[in-house]
Design a binder for this molecule. Sequence first.
Ligand SMILES: Cc1ncc(COP(=O)(O)O)c(C=O)c1O
Length: 457
Amino acid sequence: MVETAAHHNNRPADSILYPFANLGHLAENPPISIEGGDGVYITDSTGKRYIDGQAGLWNVNVGHGRREIKDAIKAQLDRISYYTIFGGTTNTASVELAELLCRLTEPEGMVRAFFSSGGSEAVEASFKLVRQYWRHVGAPRKTKIISLKRGYHGVTLGALSANGITSNREYFEPLLPGFIQVETPHLYRNPFTDSHEALGKLCAELLEREIQYQGPDTVAAFIAEPVQGAGGVIVPPENYWPLVRKICDKHNILFVADEVVTGFGRLGSMTGCRHWGVKPDIMNFAKGINSGYVPLGATMMNAKVSDAFVTDDTAQFSPKAFHHGNTYSGHPLACAAAIANLKIIEDDNLAGNAGRVGAYFIERLKDVQSRHSIIGDVRGLGLMIGVELADPETNMPFALSLETGTRVSDYCKEKGVILRNLADTFIISPPFVLEEAHVDEMVDRFEAGIASVEGFR
Ligand SMILES: Cc1ncc(COP(=O)(O)O)c(C=O)c1O
């Protein structure tokens, strides 16, 4: 007999080492096995349906089971499933996607794409790109990468070295030398000020002071997420990104935007940077680039960076080549999926929908906050929303052992709504096809979940 998913569901934790999960916890709380998906809904192996409040892992932005993407993948599969773009071969899907990405990021000035298989790889590629760039233009001492505390850039050792989340870093230290983190402008939790503008200015100044301290001629790039995601959905003050761009220009430092979560609509604008009208030198994309139907990452660059790799040296093997690549760079199935996915986002104006429905979602959550003192903060932009629980007396996080957030999340799951919590911060990132009626259902469940834990503190 062929074993079905339902059979596997009886022993889910035995043979997988799950990412970021405690096997002891999973043994007591077996993961639900997701076997189906349709739009904003997912279905488990028992047939129970849930609203997917995290869009997979903030990536299934156009929703589950989209016919257009499945058809595009199948059509590509019928031509050829894979061929390398190393060493003199390419394929139509990757060329078409690169052209499409350049068109979509024209306002940011991107002119060329490097392909990989996901967010961490896209970030790694951007670090190697900036280091080789500075060697090409005669500034080989510019190697250091500055990032933000609470930033998340992936898990490979280079990307992890730029991560500013202690619990991601501490088990793997020492990390790479030459990576430095500076203060993030976090309005809800900072020791400096309650003023948006003052905080934006102060954190930009702290970045500049660090650049001066390190020596600008040793700093290659500054990398950050337009809105910090895994760090807790931290939306910077309006003045922060424009100030950062100015500082990078002043000290001749490349500005890398990690748009792995924010890219292609999540904040209500096609790119995160566009919300602030800021043009980075390099942009990293993954996740929403093809809604996760096939793994894909892309590192885009502007003409300044690209031009350093375009030379009149015609030798096949040259120091001028970008000395980096992945087997799955330009994977035709992933690229075909991305072309179909981005067409849906453009044709259906899903970025606009994310902005509109996201604003409604935040408004409804703020209303819930007014009735429940354990909700410390509601923040977000578009469909990237954070809700932080805190002790109303001290405004400090609850003891981890209370598992307050987990109990709320479990309650919602039981009622058919998936809401992801990182300790006591909810990270809400549903598909862009979400409607107001879905929001109402999610918020009602969430409020009931909050009420269910309030009495047990
Ligand atoms: C901003 C950001 N960059 C990079 C990554 C790493 O992406 P991946 O998990 O695909 O390697 C993530 C993943 O969540 C992310 O949020």
